[in-house]
Design a protein around this ligand. Sequence first.
Ligand SMILES: C[S@@+](CC[C@H](N)C(=O)[O-])C[C@H]1O[C@@H](n2cnc3c(N)ncnc32)[C@H](O)[C@@H]1O
Length: 399
Amino acid sequence: MTDLIELSIGAVAHGGHCVARHEGRVVFVRHALPGEMVRARLTEAGDDARLWRADAVEVLEASPDRVDSAWPEAGPGGVGGGELSHVALPAQREWKLAVLRESFVRFADREFPGGVAAAPGDDARAGWGWRTRADVVADSEGRPAMHLHRSREVRALSRLPIASPALEDALLESRFPAGSRIHAVAPGGEDPRLVVDGVPWRGGRADHRPNAPRRVREHVAIAAGAWDFQLDVEGFWQVHREAPGVLVDAVLRRVGDASSVLDLYSGAGLFTVALASQGRAVTAVESDARASRDARRNVHALPGASIVHGDTRAFLESGPTGVDAIVLDPPRSGAGARTVDAMAAVGARRLVYVACDPVALARDTALLHAHGYRLTEAEGFDLFPMTHHVESVATFERD
Ligand SMILES: C[S@@+](CC[C@H](N)C(=O)[O-])C[C@H]1O[C@@H](n2cnc3c(N)ncnc32)[C@H](O)[C@@H]1O
């Protein structure tokens, strides 16, 4: 059997690929676009497998939405993290909207009511240079490298154009111990910081001093206000340069006049700080010890805010009362049935759900509907250009 096949490319699917058929089998094809004819290299094609995977390596009939990628290393056979680089930016947003729509029809039995909005400044930058955080590995020669898609093999990077230019330079100019893991951060307004195998990196070497600086500062400014944050250099922070502002704005608008709010999965307190600074009582729940310590520091001057270090479901099952609105921003897997049950039992009138996975959001939407929470609106935000990921914010209300 040859590993090259010709395929007529069908619709986009969740996960960064399009769907095609070959001799009755479904093939998930990366680096293609709907309507194209391509020659594709099979990357996973077991005889008994129900579906195969392939990379489009030659375009026989191109879609009008195809562009030359500015990051060929993330192309066919390449590293992950830039799988939509061959797609024009407006068509990337259409791709993500199609996935949101399909997820809602399949898993929530209703239409996705909104669109997918661009982050400020992305069109001017052609969708590049947005990442303020990047995780890479060092190859055997100590060069910054990334894993090939669905592979343990690593490839040295000659560019990392999705990263902010300062972050890209800091990474590409450095050499690291072979096989090490590098976390690179470009905090707002500060020089890039690198952490290698958990140890801060300074002047090209590990800084093992017990007091080696680990904190980074972030500043978020939108029309509704401006806030300062500090967090551990390895702590969770929204990765797109504009994501903190876009999401805080979306959350504040949707929470409306609620005076008592839960911020579930709060991280370092991004939403908690903004909500509490407007005079609301906010309880944040975060299970990661370091993130909840950061959140505690970030809210110290806000009397209305309190931080619970613990599991969201356990907290909800403890029976919080008098809650007007719940904001939740769970990990990729979503909240899930038992947490949705526990959330519904709290009795808040409004939920604002920040989601990074369309299928998880759609599944939780169906669960929330079963508890009487109506989806009143939802919007996608293109906070991960060049990748298939999309953030969404949805509002649910119950009488
Ligand atoms: C997507 S991040 C959101 C953080 C924050 N909203 C932000 O925008 O910066 C999800 C957070 O949920 C936390 N988390 C994951 N599972 C949790 C659980 N079961 N209970 C509480 N927090 C959890 C993670 O540690 C992480 O900080």
